[in-house]
Design a protein around this ligand. Structure first.
Ligand code: NAD
Ligand code: UGA
Length: 474
């Protein structure tokens, strides 16, 4: 089937991927009308916020892109059916979390939202529609989508032509915090599919700003599997360097020096070698677990175990930080005030999904600590949801109940604390006046830097003790 250039795009799912991805497509293709739809009314209202201060996600540069395109050829709406019926391309960009119960619970992806989208597309689409998997999906999901789209919809004698479909895989590789740059200058765009015309129609959209040699075309299954594999390789590097960090602490080596030494080898490369409190974010863990599930499904237990270890090492890394803080603070943090700087899973995002800060804060609360939490972009309401605990001002006794409260300034957070834990690498934590902060803390006080943002000599000069992840003592 000959496919003409896309004039109207619908994206189902206005989240961290759907919102920025479609904003950049609309910005770069002013002749295409792009409508992003979602069932979540609050989210759509936030995307339509007139002065751009309440956009549902924080992402550097996003507001400028939205300002240029919104109302011109970019629209956010809750009218899902309407947007599907007037689109010639439908992107599915909905959530695909790990299943919580039933077959494959704890590993397999929960595809209920993807399936619901496919059913709604088959019901509402008109003419020929290209359906594009933008969500990260298990390999061979396109077969299930095709099966749903093949269900006859129109009565044979209704006079209305039955809709027809092509299914493509076009996974997204953006990272939060750098989403706009990643979308505007991607390392590659990947399109998997068997229908050549549909592949070329999608490639034509990206070729408005992406160099031709960066648009890769593959089989459907290769495209689906490449996305899971890319995330697994990236996460594997983090678990590898975190495992070496622990060995550095035990042996007197310094993980930053080791990372530099190995990263200068062209074959290894320098990126994704920052040791830290363990990877967070909504995808690495879920995508590797999904890969593990697929390997078991295809009777490859050795491969499954290999990848599972990347996730196991990550959980260990998160757990050992809270343990280490307790041990250093004379074996108890009950009733002690501690400041947590950074709650987002990485800098430049307000996203806390799977943030290592959640596990670490939770473990310290279990030990009875009184936490003051600071983050420049995460709202206290979100922290409350993540910790499953309401904020409360510090209790002065030693009853053992952990409490937390939100601090809007770093000075407020460190008042009377025995330790500061830096858990996110926000720029503003890099150049703190430790002399001034030390005077607000209770001696002897520690700084636990899990992100390599402090200069240890400055901390020592301020009379504080410092522990840096991946740095052993002589
Ligand atoms: P998200 O949870 O932020 O957004 C998904 C949105 O889809 C939600 O707002 C939800 O209300 C909406 N939705 C679900 N079912 C719907 C339906 N039937 N109709 C209309 N709206 C519906 O998720 P996200 O972070 O944007 O991730 C989406 C997908 O992209 C996932 O598969 C994820 O693995 C993948 N991905 C995410 C990132 C990232 O950085 N977050 C990067 C690359 C790929
Ligand atoms: C990651 C991938 O980088 C994207 O390519 C992919 O599209 C996305 O997942 C996805 O599929 O969701 P993201 O999770 O947004 O992007 O951010 P990353 O920069 O990859 O960081 C993930 C976690 O690893 C963060 O907690 C970060 O602090 C940690 N990290 C990263 C390290 O601890 N060390 C590093 O060297 C790099």
């Amino acid at each position: 089937m000959m496919i003409s250039p896309a004039k109207s795009i619908c994206c189902i799912g206005a989240g961290y991927v759907g919102g920025p991805t479609m904003a950049v497509i609309a910005d770069r293709c002013p002749d295409i009308e792009v409508t992003v739809v979602d069932l979540n009314e609050d989210r759509i209202t936030a995307w339509n916020d007139p002065d751009l201060t309440k956009l549902p996600i924080y992402e550097p540069g996003l507001d400028a892109v939205i300002a240029r395109a919104r109302g011109r050829n970019l629209f956010f709406s809750t009218s899902v059916s309407e947007a599907i019926s007037s689109a010639d391309m439908v992107f599915i960009s909905v959530n695909t979390p790990t299943k919580k119960k039933g077959i494959g619970a704890g590993q397999a992806s929960d595809l209920r939202w993807v399936e619901a989208c496919a059913r709604q597309v088959v019901e509402c689409a008109k003419g020929h529609t290209v359906v594009i998997e933008k969500s990260t999906l298990p390999v061979r999901t396109a077969a299930a989508i095709k099966a749903i789209l093949d269900i006859p919809q129109r009565q044979p004698n209704s006079g209305e032509p039955s809709p027809t479909f092509s299914v493509l895989s076009n996974p997204e590789f953006l990272a939060e915090g750098t989403a706009i740059r990643d979308l505007e200058q991607p390392d590659r765009v990947l399109i998997g599919g068997e229908d050549k015309d549909a592949v070329e129609a999608l490639a034509a959209i990206y070729s408005n700003w992406v160099p031709t040699n960066k648009i890769l075309r593959t089989k459907l299954w290769s495209s689906e599997l490449s996305k899971l594999t890319a995330n697994a390789f990236l996460a594997q590097r983090i678990s590898s360097i975190n495992s070496v960090a622990a060995l550095c602490e035990a042996t007197g080596a310094d993980v930053r020096e080791v990372a530099l030494a190995i990263g200068t080898d062209r074959r290894i490369g320098s990126e994704f070698l920052h040791a830290g409190p363990g990877f967070g974010g909504s995808c690495f863990k879920k995508d590797i677990l999904n890969l593990v599930y697929l390997c078991h499904h295809f009777n490859l237990p050795e491969v499954a175990n290999y990848w599972n270890q990347v996730v196991a090492l990550n959980a260990w890394q998160q757990n050992r930080i809270a343990d280490l803080v307790v041990q250093t603070l004379f074996g108890t943090v009950t009733g002690k005030r501690l400041a947590i700087l950074g709650f987002a899973f990485k800098a430049d995002t307000n996203d806390t999904r799977e943030s290592p800060a959640i596990r670490i804060a939770h473990d310290l609360l279990e030990e009875g600590a009184q936490l003051a939490i600071h983050d420049p972009k995460v709202a206290p309401e979100q922290i409350s949801v993540d910790l499953q605990k309401k904020p409360c001002h510090p209790l002065s006794d030693l009853k053992g109940e952990g409490t937390w409260h939100f601090s809007t300034t770093i000075e407020d957070a460190v008042q009377g604390v025995d330790a500061v834990l830096i858990l996110t690498e926000w720029e503003q934590y890099r150049n703190l006046n430790w002399l001034k902060l030390a005077s607000l803390m209770r001696a002897p006080a520690w700084v636990f830097d899990t992100r390599s943002v402090v200069t240890p000599t400055e901390i020592a000069d301020a009379g504080l003790r410092v522990w840096r992840l991946g740095e052993g003592s002589e």
